[in-house]
Design a protein around this ligand. Structure first.
Ligand SMILES: Cc1ncc(COP(=O)(O)O)c(C=O)c1O
Length: 402
Protein backbone atom coordinates (compact mmCIF):
# COMPACT_ATOMS: atom_id res chain seq x y z
CA UNK A 1 0.00 0.00 0.00
CA UNK A 2 1.30 3.42 -0.94
CA UNK A 3 -0.94 5.32 1.47
CA UNK A 4 -1.42 5.13 5.21
CA UNK A 5 -4.67 3.48 6.27
CA UNK A 6 -3.19 1.84 9.38
CA UNK A 7 -2.31 4.65 11.78
CA UNK A 8 -4.65 5.02 14.71
CA UNK A 9 -5.27 8.75 14.77
CA UNK A 10 -6.07 10.41 18.09
CA UNK A 11 -9.05 12.59 17.23
CA UNK A 12 -10.04 13.33 20.81
CA UNK A 13 -10.04 17.01 21.78
CA UNK A 14 -10.25 18.15 18.17
CA UNK A 15 -13.91 19.21 18.44
CA UNK A 16 -14.77 16.14 16.41
CA UNK A 17 -18.47 15.32 16.18
CA UNK A 18 -17.66 11.63 16.25
CA UNK A 19 -15.05 11.58 19.01
CA UNK A 20 -15.83 14.56 21.22
CA UNK A 21 -19.59 15.04 21.26
CA UNK A 22 -19.95 11.89 23.33
CA UNK A 23 -17.53 9.86 25.34
CA UNK A 24 -17.61 6.46 23.64
CA UNK A 25 -14.37 4.53 23.09
CA UNK A 26 -15.65 3.11 19.78
CA UNK A 27 -17.82 5.72 18.07
CA UNK A 28 -18.77 3.72 14.97
CA UNK A 29 -21.82 5.82 14.08
CA UNK A 30 -21.48 9.10 12.16
CA UNK A 31 -20.30 8.73 8.56
CA UNK A 32 -16.77 10.00 8.57
CA UNK A 33 -13.54 8.01 8.30
CA UNK A 34 -10.66 7.62 10.70
CA UNK A 35 -8.08 7.97 7.95
CA UNK A 36 -5.83 10.86 6.97
CA UNK A 37 -6.88 12.80 3.91
CA UNK A 38 -5.15 12.08 0.61
CA UNK A 39 -1.78 13.88 0.36
CA UNK A 40 -2.90 16.33 -2.38
CA UNK A 41 -5.75 17.48 -0.15
CA UNK A 42 -3.57 17.76 2.93
CA UNK A 43 -1.05 19.82 0.95
CA UNK A 44 -3.69 22.12 -0.52
CA UNK A 45 -5.29 22.83 2.87
CA UNK A 46 -1.90 23.39 4.48
CA UNK A 47 -0.85 25.75 1.72
CA UNK A 48 -3.93 27.86 2.36
CA UNK A 49 -3.57 27.65 6.14
CA UNK A 50 0.05 28.78 5.98
CA UNK A 51 -0.80 31.73 3.79
CA UNK A 52 -2.47 33.31 6.78
CA UNK A 53 -5.24 35.29 5.06
CA UNK A 54 -8.65 33.68 5.46
CA UNK A 55 -10.84 36.11 3.57
CA UNK A 56 -13.48 35.56 0.85
CA UNK A 57 -12.89 33.28 -2.09
CA UNK A 58 -14.98 32.50 -5.17
CA UNK A 59 -16.13 29.53 -7.21
CA UNK A 60 -13.72 29.23 -10.13
CA UNK A 61 -13.99 27.22 -13.34
CA UNK A 62 -11.32 24.75 -12.30
CA UNK A 63 -13.54 23.18 -9.65
CA UNK A 64 -16.23 22.49 -12.27
CA UNK A 65 -13.61 21.02 -14.61
CA UNK A 66 -12.71 18.63 -11.78
CA UNK A 67 -16.29 17.41 -11.48
CA UNK A 68 -16.64 17.16 -15.27
CA UNK A 69 -13.45 15.08 -15.64
CA UNK A 70 -14.24 12.82 -12.68
CA UNK A 71 -17.73 11.94 -13.89
CA UNK A 72 -16.52 11.01 -17.36
CA UNK A 73 -15.62 7.59 -16.01
CA UNK A 74 -19.23 7.11 -14.94
CA UNK A 75 -20.46 7.82 -18.46
CA UNK A 76 -21.94 11.18 -17.53
CA UNK A 77 -20.90 14.11 -19.70
CA UNK A 78 -21.53 17.27 -17.70
CA UNK A 79 -21.05 20.83 -18.87
CA UNK A 80 -19.93 23.88 -16.94
CA UNK A 81 -23.32 25.58 -17.20
CA UNK A 82 -25.13 22.51 -15.85
CA UNK A 83 -23.31 22.61 -12.51
CA UNK A 84 -23.68 24.78 -9.44
CA UNK A 85 -21.54 24.96 -6.31
CA UNK A 86 -23.18 24.42 -2.91
CA UNK A 87 -21.82 24.17 0.61
CA UNK A 88 -23.05 20.62 1.08
CA UNK A 89 -25.49 18.01 -0.11
CA UNK A 90 -27.98 18.63 2.67
CA UNK A 91 -27.91 22.40 2.11
CA UNK A 92 -28.59 21.69 -1.59
CA UNK A 93 -31.47 19.39 -0.73
CA UNK A 94 -32.97 22.00 1.59
CA UNK A 95 -32.81 24.57 -1.20
CA UNK A 96 -34.28 22.12 -3.70
CA UNK A 97 -37.20 21.32 -1.39
CA UNK A 98 -37.87 25.03 -0.85
CA UNK A 99 -37.61 25.85 -4.53
CA UNK A 100 -39.69 23.04 -6.02
CA UNK A 101 -42.32 22.17 -3.42
CA UNK A 102 -44.73 24.14 -1.26
CA UNK A 103 -45.45 23.90 2.44
CA UNK A 104 -47.76 20.89 2.91
CA UNK A 105 -46.51 19.00 -0.17
CA UNK A 106 -45.24 15.44 0.03
CA UNK A 107 -41.61 14.45 -0.39
CA UNK A 108 -41.05 10.74 -0.97
CA UNK A 109 -38.17 8.76 0.56
CA UNK A 110 -37.33 5.07 0.48
CA UNK A 111 -36.92 3.82 4.01
CA UNK A 112 -34.73 2.80 5.74
CA UNK A 113 -32.77 5.85 4.60
CA UNK A 114 -30.30 8.51 5.77
CA UNK A 115 -32.08 10.03 8.76
CA UNK A 116 -31.39 13.66 7.87
CA UNK A 117 -33.78 13.24 4.92
CA UNK A 118 -36.61 13.10 7.46
CA UNK A 119 -35.45 16.24 9.25
CA UNK A 120 -34.92 18.30 6.13
CA UNK A 121 -38.44 17.52 4.88
CA UNK A 122 -40.15 18.05 8.23
CA UNK A 123 -38.14 21.17 9.13
CA UNK A 124 -39.34 22.72 5.87
CA UNK A 125 -42.98 21.87 6.79
CA UNK A 126 -43.39 19.31 4.02
CA UNK A 127 -44.75 15.78 4.61
CA UNK A 128 -42.56 12.71 4.61
CA UNK A 129 -44.09 10.01 2.43
CA UNK A 130 -42.38 6.65 2.70
CA UNK A 131 -41.93 4.03 0.02
CA UNK A 132 -40.56 1.32 2.32
CA UNK A 133 -37.95 -0.93 0.74
CA UNK A 134 -38.74 -4.64 0.77
CA UNK A 135 -36.31 -6.69 2.84
CA UNK A 136 -35.62 -10.36 2.17
CA UNK A 137 -33.91 -11.65 5.29
CA UNK A 138 -33.02 -14.93 3.59
CA UNK A 139 -31.26 -13.40 0.60
CA UNK A 140 -27.49 -13.57 0.32
CA UNK A 141 -27.50 -11.47 -2.81
CA UNK A 142 -27.16 -7.71 -2.76
CA UNK A 143 -29.54 -7.48 -5.72
CA UNK A 144 -32.40 -9.07 -3.81
CA UNK A 145 -31.71 -8.42 -0.11
CA UNK A 146 -33.49 -5.11 -0.55
CA UNK A 147 -35.73 -4.18 -3.43
CA UNK A 148 -38.13 -1.42 -4.37
CA UNK A 149 -41.89 -1.88 -4.02
CA UNK A 150 -42.88 -0.32 -7.35
CA UNK A 151 -46.63 -0.77 -6.84
CA UNK A 152 -46.40 1.20 -3.62
CA UNK A 153 -44.15 3.77 -5.30
CA UNK A 154 -46.73 4.33 -8.03
CA UNK A 155 -49.53 4.68 -5.47
CA UNK A 156 -47.54 7.33 -3.59
CA UNK A 157 -46.61 9.13 -6.83
CA UNK A 158 -50.30 9.24 -7.83
CA UNK A 159 -51.04 11.59 -4.95
CA UNK A 160 -50.85 15.05 -6.57
CA UNK A 161 -49.27 16.37 -3.37
CA UNK A 162 -46.20 14.20 -4.02
CA UNK A 163 -43.92 16.61 -5.87
CA UNK A 164 -40.46 15.32 -5.17
CA UNK A 165 -38.57 12.11 -4.51
CA UNK A 166 -35.25 11.94 -2.69
CA UNK A 167 -33.33 9.04 -4.18
CA UNK A 168 -30.25 7.78 -2.34
CA UNK A 169 -27.92 6.38 -5.01
CA UNK A 170 -26.06 4.36 -3.72
CA UNK A 171 -28.33 3.90 -0.76
CA UNK A 172 -27.38 4.69 2.83
CA UNK A 173 -27.78 2.66 5.11
CA UNK A 174 -28.38 -0.53 3.08
CA UNK A 175 -25.19 0.02 1.09
CA UNK A 176 -26.67 -0.86 -2.28
CA UNK A 177 -25.83 0.43 -5.76
CA UNK A 178 -29.07 0.82 -7.71
CA UNK A 179 -28.76 -0.73 -11.16
CA UNK A 180 -29.72 0.94 -14.41
CA UNK A 181 -32.99 -0.96 -14.84
CA UNK A 182 -34.17 0.00 -11.38
CA UNK A 183 -33.29 3.64 -11.97
CA UNK A 184 -35.12 3.56 -15.29
CA UNK A 185 -38.27 2.20 -13.67
CA UNK A 186 -38.15 4.98 -11.09
CA UNK A 187 -37.63 7.58 -13.81
CA UNK A 188 -40.51 6.27 -15.94
CA UNK A 189 -42.92 6.45 -13.01
CA UNK A 190 -41.63 9.82 -11.86
CA UNK A 191 -42.15 11.24 -15.36
CA UNK A 192 -45.61 9.73 -15.60
CA UNK A 193 -46.71 11.51 -12.41
CA UNK A 194 -44.54 14.60 -12.83
CA UNK A 195 -42.43 13.99 -9.74
CA UNK A 196 -39.02 15.68 -9.57
CA UNK A 197 -36.27 13.16 -8.78
CA UNK A 198 -33.41 14.42 -6.64
CA UNK A 199 -30.58 11.91 -6.72
CA UNK A 200 -28.20 12.14 -3.76
CA UNK A 201 -25.02 10.53 -5.06
CA UNK A 202 -22.69 11.46 -2.21
CA UNK A 203 -21.60 7.81 -1.68
CA UNK A 204 -21.12 7.05 -5.37
CA UNK A 205 -17.33 6.61 -5.40
CA UNK A 206 -17.29 4.23 -2.45
CA UNK A 207 -18.23 1.08 -4.29
CA UNK A 208 -16.59 -2.32 -3.90
CA UNK A 209 -13.39 -2.59 -5.98
CA UNK A 210 -14.22 -3.32 -9.65
CA UNK A 211 -17.80 -2.16 -9.24
CA UNK A 212 -19.16 1.14 -10.44
CA UNK A 213 -22.40 3.01 -9.93
CA UNK A 214 -24.93 4.41 -12.38
CA UNK A 215 -25.58 8.15 -12.20
CA UNK A 216 -29.32 8.83 -12.41
CA UNK A 217 -28.56 11.59 -14.89
CA UNK A 218 -26.82 9.13 -17.22
CA UNK A 219 -30.17 7.58 -18.12
CA UNK A 220 -31.78 8.47 -21.41
CA UNK A 221 -32.02 12.27 -21.64
CA UNK A 222 -35.84 12.35 -21.65
CA UNK A 223 -36.01 10.11 -18.61
CA UNK A 224 -33.52 12.16 -16.61
CA UNK A 225 -34.81 15.54 -17.72
CA UNK A 226 -36.87 16.13 -14.59
CA UNK A 227 -34.05 15.47 -12.15
CA UNK A 228 -31.32 17.13 -10.11
CA UNK A 229 -28.21 15.31 -8.92
CA UNK A 230 -26.22 16.14 -5.78
CA UNK A 231 -22.54 15.19 -5.80
CA UNK A 232 -19.61 15.87 -3.51
CA UNK A 233 -16.07 14.75 -2.70
CA UNK A 234 -16.89 14.86 1.02
CA UNK A 235 -17.66 11.18 1.78
CA UNK A 236 -15.23 9.82 -0.79
CA UNK A 237 -12.27 11.78 0.49
CA UNK A 238 -13.33 12.35 4.10
CA UNK A 239 -13.56 16.12 3.77
CA UNK A 240 -17.12 16.71 4.98
CA UNK A 241 -15.78 19.42 7.29
CA UNK A 242 -14.69 21.47 4.27
CA UNK A 243 -18.27 21.82 3.02
CA UNK A 244 -18.02 21.47 -0.71
CA UNK A 245 -20.52 19.96 -3.12
CA UNK A 246 -22.18 20.50 -6.46
CA UNK A 247 -25.59 20.10 -8.03
CA UNK A 248 -26.06 19.04 -11.60
CA UNK A 249 -29.04 19.34 -13.90
CA UNK A 250 -29.40 19.57 -17.66
CA UNK A 251 -32.83 21.08 -17.29
CA UNK A 252 -32.34 24.83 -17.81
CA UNK A 253 -35.54 25.77 -16.04
CA UNK A 254 -34.65 23.77 -12.93
CA UNK A 255 -31.10 25.11 -13.08
CA UNK A 256 -32.14 28.75 -13.04
CA UNK A 257 -34.63 28.31 -10.22
CA UNK A 258 -32.11 26.41 -8.13
CA UNK A 259 -29.31 28.87 -8.82
CA UNK A 260 -31.51 31.60 -7.39
CA UNK A 261 -32.62 29.53 -4.38
CA UNK A 262 -29.04 28.60 -3.43
CA UNK A 263 -28.25 32.29 -3.55
CA UNK A 264 -31.32 33.22 -1.46
CA UNK A 265 -30.31 30.58 1.09
CA UNK A 266 -26.65 31.72 0.93
CA UNK A 267 -25.46 28.17 0.28
CA UNK A 268 -23.34 29.21 -2.71
CA UNK A 269 -20.35 30.80 -0.97
CA UNK A 270 -17.26 28.60 -0.65
CA UNK A 271 -15.01 28.73 2.37
CA UNK A 272 -11.33 29.44 1.89
CA UNK A 273 -10.31 25.76 1.74
CA UNK A 274 -13.17 24.12 -0.14
CA UNK A 275 -12.35 24.95 -3.76
CA UNK A 276 -8.69 23.95 -3.68
CA UNK A 277 -9.42 20.87 -1.58
CA UNK A 278 -12.07 19.67 -4.04
CA UNK A 279 -9.72 20.12 -6.99
CA UNK A 280 -6.99 18.26 -5.07
CA UNK A 281 -9.44 15.49 -4.13
CA UNK A 282 -10.32 14.78 -7.73
CA UNK A 283 -6.62 14.35 -8.48
CA UNK A 284 -6.41 11.56 -5.89
CA UNK A 285 -7.84 8.57 -7.70
CA UNK A 286 -5.03 6.20 -6.71
CA UNK A 287 -5.62 7.04 -3.02
CA UNK A 288 -9.32 6.31 -3.52
CA UNK A 289 -8.63 2.99 -5.19
CA UNK A 290 -6.53 1.90 -2.21
CA UNK A 291 -9.22 3.10 0.17
CA UNK A 292 -11.82 1.00 -1.62
CA UNK A 293 -9.60 -2.07 -1.21
CA UNK A 294 -9.21 -1.32 2.51
CA UNK A 295 -12.94 -0.86 3.00
CA UNK A 296 -13.72 -4.06 1.14
CA UNK A 297 -11.22 -5.97 3.27
CA UNK A 298 -12.79 -4.47 6.40
CA UNK A 299 -16.20 -5.58 5.22
CA UNK A 300 -14.92 -9.13 4.76
CA UNK A 301 -13.39 -9.03 8.26
CA UNK A 302 -16.73 -7.99 9.75
CA UNK A 303 -18.58 -10.63 7.76
CA UNK A 304 -16.29 -13.43 8.92
CA UNK A 305 -16.23 -12.17 12.50
CA UNK A 306 -20.00 -12.06 12.69
CA UNK A 307 -20.38 -15.51 11.19
CA UNK A 308 -17.94 -17.10 13.60
CA UNK A 309 -18.32 -15.00 16.78
CA UNK A 310 -21.79 -13.43 16.74
CA UNK A 311 -23.94 -15.60 14.45
CA UNK A 312 -27.12 -13.94 15.76
CA UNK A 313 -26.17 -10.82 13.80
CA UNK A 314 -26.40 -10.95 10.02
CA UNK A 315 -24.53 -8.62 7.70
CA UNK A 316 -26.95 -7.48 5.01
CA UNK A 317 -25.22 -7.98 1.63
CA UNK A 318 -23.94 -4.64 0.34
CA UNK A 319 -21.73 -3.35 -2.44
CA UNK A 320 -21.20 0.32 -1.58
CA UNK A 321 -20.47 2.79 1.25
CA UNK A 322 -18.49 2.09 4.42
CA UNK A 323 -21.69 1.76 6.43
CA UNK A 324 -22.78 -1.77 7.20
CA UNK A 325 -26.37 -2.67 7.94
CA UNK A 326 -26.57 -5.32 10.62
CA UNK A 327 -29.71 -7.39 10.99
CA UNK A 328 -30.12 -8.00 14.72
CA UNK A 329 -33.67 -9.40 14.62
CA UNK A 330 -32.58 -12.67 16.23
CA UNK A 331 -31.69 -10.72 19.36
CA UNK A 332 -35.13 -9.20 19.65
CA UNK A 333 -36.53 -11.34 22.42
CA UNK A 334 -39.85 -10.99 24.24
CA UNK A 335 -38.56 -8.01 26.25
CA UNK A 336 -38.46 -5.84 23.16
CA UNK A 337 -41.69 -6.67 21.38
CA UNK A 338 -43.34 -3.30 21.89
CA UNK A 339 -40.49 -0.85 22.13
CA UNK A 340 -37.74 0.68 20.08
CA UNK A 341 -35.50 -2.36 20.06
CA UNK A 342 -32.61 -0.83 18.12
CA UNK A 343 -32.46 2.13 20.49
CA UNK A 344 -32.37 -0.21 23.49
CA UNK A 345 -29.66 -2.37 21.91
CA UNK A 346 -27.58 0.63 20.86
CA UNK A 347 -27.83 2.17 24.33
CA UNK A 348 -26.96 -1.14 25.97
CA UNK A 349 -23.78 -1.39 23.90
CA UNK A 350 -22.79 2.17 24.74
CA UNK A 351 -23.34 1.70 28.45
CA UNK A 352 -21.70 -1.69 28.69
CA UNK A 353 -18.84 -1.71 26.19
CA UNK A 354 -18.54 1.93 25.11
CA UNK A 355 -19.40 1.07 21.50
CA UNK A 356 -21.74 3.40 19.62
CA UNK A 357 -23.52 1.95 16.59
CA UNK A 358 -26.45 3.86 15.07
CA UNK A 359 -29.85 2.45 16.03
CA UNK A 360 -31.65 1.37 12.88
CA UNK A 361 -34.89 3.10 13.83
CA UNK A 362 -33.15 6.39 13.11
CA UNK A 363 -33.48 5.49 9.41
CA UNK A 364 -37.17 4.65 9.56
CA UNK A 365 -39.52 2.38 11.50
CA UNK A 366 -38.64 -0.57 9.28
CA UNK A 367 -35.03 -0.19 10.43
CA UNK A 368 -35.76 -1.10 14.02
CA UNK A 369 -34.29 -4.61 13.83
CA UNK A 370 -30.95 -3.20 12.68
CA UNK A 371 -27.84 -1.37 13.75
CA UNK A 372 -25.62 0.61 11.35
CA UNK A 373 -21.88 0.19 11.71
CA UNK A 374 -19.22 2.48 10.27
CA UNK A 375 -16.19 0.39 9.25
CA UNK A 376 -13.89 3.14 7.95
CA UNK A 377 -11.22 2.46 10.58
CA UNK A 378 -7.70 1.09 10.67
CA UNK A 379 -8.00 -2.66 11.06
CA UNK A 380 -6.71 -2.72 14.65
CA UNK A 381 -9.42 -0.34 15.75
CA UNK A 382 -12.06 -2.18 13.74
CA UNK A 383 -11.12 -5.42 15.49
CA UNK A 384 -11.31 -3.73 18.89
CA UNK A 385 -14.78 -2.49 18.00
CA UNK A 386 -15.83 -5.97 16.88
CA UNK A 387 -14.54 -7.52 20.10
CA UNK A 388 -16.46 -4.90 22.08
CA UNK A 389 -19.54 -5.84 20.06
CA UNK A 390 -19.05 -9.51 20.88
CA UNK A 391 -18.69 -8.83 24.61
CA UNK A 392 -21.69 -6.51 24.57
CA UNK A 393 -23.93 -8.96 22.72
CA UNK A 394 -22.99 -11.83 25.05
CA UNK A 395 -23.99 -9.68 28.02
CA UNK A 396 -27.17 -8.51 26.26
CA UNK A 397 -28.18 -12.10 25.58
CA UNK A 398 -27.54 -13.15 29.16
CA UNK A 399 -29.51 -10.26 30.64
CA UNK A 400 -32.42 -10.78 28.28
CA UNK A 401 -32.52 -14.59 28.24
CA UNK A 402 -31.84 -14.85 24.52
C1 LIG B 1 -26.95 10.09 1.80
C2 LIG B 1 -26.28 11.26 2.44
N1 LIG B 1 -26.53 12.50 1.97
C3 LIG B 1 -25.94 13.58 2.51
C4 LIG B 1 -25.06 13.47 3.57
C5 LIG B 1 -24.45 14.71 4.17
O1 LIG B 1 -23.98 15.55 3.18
P1 LIG B 1 -23.35 16.97 3.50
O2 LIG B 1 -22.42 16.81 4.66
O3 LIG B 1 -22.67 17.36 2.24
O4 LIG B 1 -24.50 17.88 3.82
C6 LIG B 1 -24.76 12.19 4.10
C7 LIG B 1 -23.86 12.04 5.23
O5 LIG B 1 -23.68 10.98 5.78
C8 LIG B 1 -25.39 11.07 3.50
O6 LIG B 1 -25.15 9.83 3.94
Amino acid sequence: MKYNFDSIIDRKNTNSLKWDLFDDDYPMWVADMDFYAAPFIYESVNRKAKHGVYAYSFVNDEIFDSYINWWEKYGLAMKRDELLFATGVMPSITSIIRAFTDVGDNVLIQTPVYHVFFYVIEDNDRNVVENPLIYDSASHDVETAYSIDFDDLEEKFKDPKTKLMLLCNPHNPIGRIWDEKTLEKIAILANKYDVLVVSDEIHCDLTDPNLTYVPFASLDEDLANNSITCISPSKTFNIAGLQSSAVFTRNKELYEILEKQLSVDCFNHPNIFSIDATIAAYKSEDWLNELREVLFENKMIVDEFLKSEIPEIRLVPANATYLLWLDCSKLRGENFENCEFSTSLSEFLRENVSLFLSPGIQFGKNGDNFLRMNIAYPQDLLLEGLNALKTGIEKFKKENNI
